[in-house]
Design a binder for this molecule. Structure first.
Ligand SMILES: NC(=O)CC[C@H](N)C(=O)O
Length: 230
C-alpha cells in the first residue's frame, strides 16, 4: 500500500500527516508536490492542512487549480480513498469533490484547541474503527471552518448518511448543524476540519485520531485481499 501526502505552497501540516501515517500505519508514504501529474501508483491520497497560497481569495480557492488536483479527482472517481484535513477539506470543497463550503468562523477568530467530536457515521472507510455515537477528542486550528451548505444539500447529506463527525458540546466555528466532517456519496472522499494526524500519541493530549488511520489501513487490506482471492 502506498500513501501520497500532497504538498501545496503553504501547506504546514504535511509533516504531521506524513509522520502519523508512518507511526500508525507503517506503510510507504511519499510527499507529492502539487505540480506533479501522476498519482497512479498511490492507493490513498491525503491533502494536509495549512495555508495554501496564503489563503488568498478564499482558503483552497487557488490550490484547487494546482495540476495535481486533476489527478486527485481521477483517483476519487476510481474509488481510491481521498482524505482532506482542514485546508485539505477546504480544497476538496473548492474542487467540487465534496459539497458545501467553509466560511469564516462565526467568531471571526482563528481557533486552536482540542475539540470533542461525536462519531455520526462509523460505517465509512475512514471511521470503521470507532463506535457510533462515541465522543472523541481531536484538535482544531483554523480561521475558516464554518461549514455551510444549502438546505437541499443538507437534506442529501442526511439522507445518504454523509455527516461523519459533529462537534459535541461547543461548536467552535458556527458550522451548520455542528458538522465537523462529511464524506461524498460514494464514501471514498472525506473532509474534516479537525486534525486527526495531530492526535495519534498520548503525549499529543489525545490519541483518538489513530483510528482514522487504522480504519483506512483495514479498508485497504480488505479490499486488497478481496482482489487477491478473486
Ligand atoms: N490548519 C489549517 O489547515 C488552516 C486552514 C485555513 N488556512 C484556515 O485558517 O481556515
Amino acid at each position: 500500500m502506498r500513501v501520497a501526502v500532497i504538498v501545496f505552497p503553504g501547506s504546514n501540516a504535511d509533516v504531521d500527516m506524513f509522520q502519523a501515517v508512518e507511526d500508525v500505519m507503517n506503510v510507504q508514504v511519499d510527499y507529492i508536490w502539487h505540480s506533479a501529474n501522476d498519482l497512479s501508483g498511490y492507493d490513498v491520497i491525503l491533502l494536509p492542512g495549512g495555508f495554501s497560497y496564503g489563503d488568498y481569495l478564499r482558503c483552497g480557492a487557488v490550490a484547487r487549480f494546482s495540476p495535481i488536483m486533476e489527478q486527485v479527482t481521477k483517483a476519487a472517481e476510481e474509488g481510491k480513498l481521498v482524505m482532506g484535513i482542514c485546508n485539505g477539506f477546504q480544497i476538496l470543497t473548492e474542487a467540487g469533490l465534496l459539497p458545501g463550503a467553509l466560511l469564516r468562523n462565526r467568531s471571526l477568530k482563528f481557533r486552536c484547541k482540542l475539540t470533542a467530536l461525536r462519531v455520526e457515521n462509523n460505517e465509512t472507510a475512514f471511521t470503521r474503527d470507532y463506535q457510533a455515537g462515541e465522543v472523541i477528542q481531536i484538535p482544531i486550528a483554523h480561521g475558516e471552518g464554518n461549514y455551510y451548505c444549502d438546505e437541499e444539500t443538507l437534506a442529501k447529506l442526511k439522507a445518504n448518511n454523509q455527516i461523519v463527525f459533529r462537534y459535541n458540546g461547543e461548536n467552535p466555528n458556527g458550522s451548520l448543524e455542528d458538522i465537523a466532517a462529511i464524506c461524498n456519496e460514494k464514501g471514498n472522499v472525506l473532509g474534516m476540519m479537525p486534525h486527526p494526524e495531530r492526535a495519534v500519541h498520548e503525549w499529543m493530549s489525545s490519541a483518538d485520531g489513530r483510528r482514522m488511520f487504522t480504519s483506512i489501513l483495514r479498508t485497504w487490506e480488505e479490499r486488497n485481499s478481496v482482489k487477491a482471492n478473486a
